[in-house]
Design a protein around this ligand. Structure first.
Ligand SMILES: [Zn+2]
Length: 333
């Protein structure tokens, strides 16, 4: 039997295990690598249906903005991908994405500013808006902070939303766009950014604060330029490179539903993660982090067939061709 030469293979880190598919079924005895389930941490099921994703290689998705009737329908659905929801975008009156052509009726929930110190009427509009998303099954809260497209929350109202979400153990994820919005999100204690900041260079001091806060950045590097080296795309890669180098936690996400992208893992997004300095094992961490949950989807694993990649350049296409299989179908080697 030929010896496998591990030195010629890319180091995939501790999440990867050599595996063989069972001798029954469509691919009997095929060897490759078992990986935890893949998650796209930024999708919109109001723009791409969960049924369209069911045959792909995403075992989990996080919906970051949809009308509550879309959430209700998707929650009633069985099978993969496992879905977590933010519910509607919370935004200030007249703020993004109100009025955008893609912004389906009901996907934005306008939250008026709090009066004075916010302690007065109970519940405050911020608390009511968070409670409403939670009641419809949201497990994260999405806030829009887009100063390029209209008004944004003041710090006190944003702080009240973050406090109300944290009382329910829900992380807050922010869309930041426009000057100063990353700082507003960091100062409010926002848990995650829905996009790597692409409209402003985030300085190293602010990156250090985001890292100290434990903030996660959802990558979405591909949609910053759709493959073009636009200033936004270059800025996003530079921001993510420095955030990652400073110890920041990166989550794979594509804003799936926004523009033309594959209905599964986007190899172009993975290429850009590698360009931002993530090693193979770190790309896999970003792609398989069960956030906002603690545990990955049960009963399934990802199988990527041999030949395993020899270099980082071969990793994206190989992962994009991986499949979701029942865990019992694989035997660890
Ligand atoms: Zn989005």
């Amino acid at each position: 039997m030929p010896q496998l030469d591990d030195s010629s293979r890319l180091d995939l880190g501790p999440l990867a295990a050599r595996a063989r598919r069972s001798l029954n079924g469509g691919h009997p005895g095929e060897t490759g690598v078992a990986l935890p389930p893949f998650v796209d941490h930024h999708v919109h099921l109001m723009l791409v249906s969960p049924d369209a994703l069911a045959g792909g290689n995403l075992a989990g998705v996080v919906d970051l903005g949809a009308p509550l009737d879309v959430v209700t329908a998707a929650r009633g659905r069985e099978g993969l991908p496992r879905t977590d929801f933010a519910g509607a975008f919370l935004t200030t009156p007249g703020g993004y994405p109100v009025g955008r052509t893609w912004a389906v009726e009901g996907c934005a929930r306008e939250v008026p500013p709090i009066d004075g110190d916010g302690r007065g009427a109970l519940p405050s509009p911020a608390e009511a808006a968070v409670a409403e998303q939670h009641a419809f099954g949201a497990s994260v809260v999405k806030v829009a902070l887009n100063a390029s497209a209209g008004p944004v929350f003041d710090a006190a109202t944003l702080g009240a939303i973050v406090a109300a979400a944290h009382e329910r153990r829900m992380p807050v994820v922010a869309h930041v766009e426009g000057e100063g919005m990353t700082r507003l999100a960091v100062e409010a204690g926002v848990d995650a950014l829905a996009h790597t900041p692409f409209t402003e260079r985030v300085d190293d001091e602010l990156i250090a604060r985001a890292v100290a806060l434990g903030q996660r950045w959802i990558s979405t590097l591909f949609v910053a330029g759709y493959g073009e080296r636009t200033p936004e795309a270059e800025r996003a890669v530079d921001n993510l490179r420095r955030f990652h180098a400073a110890g920041g936690r990166v989550l794979y996400g594509t804003d799936l539903g926004n523009g033309d992208q594959p209905l599964g893992v986007n190899a172009r997004e993975l290429e850009l993660l590698a360009e931002a300095g993530l090693a193979a094992s770190e790309v896999l961490e970003a792609l398989t982090d069960p956030w906002p949950r603690d545990e990955p989807a049960e009963g399934v694993v990802t199988f990527a067939a041999d030949p395993a990649p020899a270099t980082l350049a071969h990793l994206p296409a190989w992962l994009a061709a991986a499949v979701v299989v029942p865990a019992e179908e694989l035997e660890t080697l």
